[in-house]
Design a protein around this ligand. Sequence first.
Ligand code: HEM
Length: 143
Amino acid sequence: MSEDHDHVIDTGKGTFSIDDLGPLMPGMAEIMPLVGARIWKCYYAGQARNRPLAAFQLKEAVNLMEKGAFLRPKYAENMDKFINEELAVVRKAIDSEDWDTFEAAFQAMVEAANAYHDVYDKPYLRWKIPEMPPPDLDMTPRG
Ligand code: HEM
């Protein structure tokens, strides 16, 4: 980068170079817990037969997964596969309000997610659906 294009970012509390942004971008360790929170909400929205909320939460989870794969390309191929296979079955069940299929597809999706954790040498990361609905969002369908 030439001297006159030295982009300095001023946070108001200090400054850093644009080159410092890369390592500051979130990785999977930061993004995955957010995915977990969205997937938790998706599940209980489905339990409550709340199609728009379940669809919204799943979409937000996908956005986070895509962001993770963009920032950490080594996960991109398997992330795409997961989104287009196991997760797509859940999405379809939500869209068609087929709640019996939703239940089975959701369990299969969680199994697949944990199998990917295994692939990345983290077999000790076994995500599970929390036993309680998320306390911060009303799951009741509207109108
Ligand atoms: C339903 C989908 C998924 C859920 C709910 C989920 C949930 C989580 C959670 C909560 C963590 C953090 C655990 C902790 O440190 O406390 C995690 C870590 C991780 N997940 Fe997932 N995950 C999902 C799918 C995937 C997929 C499809 C991949 C890869 C293709 C993946 C790759 C990873 C990796 C690499 C880590 C470790 C990050 C680190 O270095 O700390 N996950 N996952």
